[in-house]
Design a protein. Structure first.
Length: 300
């Protein structure tokens, strides 16, 4: 078998959609792939997509992007190949191509806990690491807001405060999670999102913590769920352990409930025990665990 690796071309999109649907159809809350969704995911996540071909026949696909905040860790989001006796061979060729051209010295992927695919990655030299919890909660009433120290005020973001939001989120996470003009992007991708969907804690005139709520747009559209999404709370280091995350998360849940939304989801690290404890106290339950697998590449 002679395999050629090339970049994705528009003519490949129909077969790529079929391959991705075959591979991921059993995943939790699966949303079918079509050409529009593939192009949207590539654009939003800056995915690099390669296809494996034998002559003109497309046999497999892989999509990855570089996590600059993770010291140039290359993350593989998609891997799919035609089912058959050569399936693992095609997948291994594609993974090797990503490893060969990775900018950093670590390549990673995420797989649903319990999936037999985990063994495939371990056989490629990847090591199982703690992963990521997807959690959700019903919105069937207002949540009490924890009492905060004097001088801390909760409110919604104002229309002229995007720079303050970007600054507090990036400082809270310790890397550039948000880019300038992100609110414009959210308004375009997640209507009816606006600044009042963002809940902030203020001390004096300084924003010290924030939680972003949005419509869970893809799942609303494809699975017809009346659900919202919460980004994780970001708090400046010197203002942590003051119950700001729990207060803002409860306030954001109340905001979504007031919009007539009946459930909400979010994600958090499997290692973040304090966050998981907080979220359980607000009614969140674990829907699924996505395990991380990483491989350190040998230096040249």
């Amino acid at each position: 078998m002679t395999i050629q690796i090339s970049e994705l071309a528009d003519k490949h999109l129909p077969i790529i959609a079929r391959l991705l649907n075959e591979e991921y159809r059993r995943s939790y809350e699966f949303i079918p792939f079509n050409e529009e969704r593939i192009l949207s995911e590539i654009r939003k996540r800056s995915l690099k997509v390669l296809v494996a071909r034998e002559n003109r026949r497309v046999l497999g696909v892989i999509g990855s992007h570089t996590h600059a905040e993770e010291h140039l860790e290359e993350h593989i989001s998609w891997l799919a190949a035609h089912e058959g006796h050569d399936q693992r061979t095609i997948e291994n060729i594609l993974v090797n191509e990503i490893e060969k051209n990775a900018k950093g010295n670590v390549v990673s992927t995420m797989i649903d806990e319990g999936s037999p695919r985990i063994d495939d990655w371990i056989n490629r030299g990847y090591v199982l690491n703690p992963g990521f919890l997807r959690m959700s909660a019903k919105l069937d009433g207002l949540k009490p807001i924890p009492e905060l120290a004097e001088g801390i005020r909760l409110r919604s973001l104002r229309s002229d405060e995007e720079d303050k939001l970007v600054a507090v989120v990036n400082a809270g996470f310790g890397w550039q999670r948000l880019e300038p003009e992100v609110i414009k992007t959210w308004k375009s991708e997640d209507p009816p999102f606006s600044e009042d969907w963002v809940q902030v804690a203020e001390v004096g005139e300084r924003i010290v913590s924030a939680v972003v709520a949005k419509p869970d747009t893809s799942y609303v559209r494809y699975l017809h769920l009346n659900r919202g999404y919460l980004g994780p709370a970001a708090t400046l280091p010197e203002f942590r352990n003051k119950h700001l995350a729990s207060a803002l998360t409860a306030r954001a849940m109340n905001f979504l409930f007031g919009k007539g939304i009946d459930s909400v989801r979010l994600g958090t690290s499997e290692e973040n025990i304090s966050s998981i404890t907080l979220l359980r106290s607000l009614g969140f339950q674990v829907d699924i665990v996505r395990k991380t697998l990483r491989k350190e590449l040998k230096s040249a």
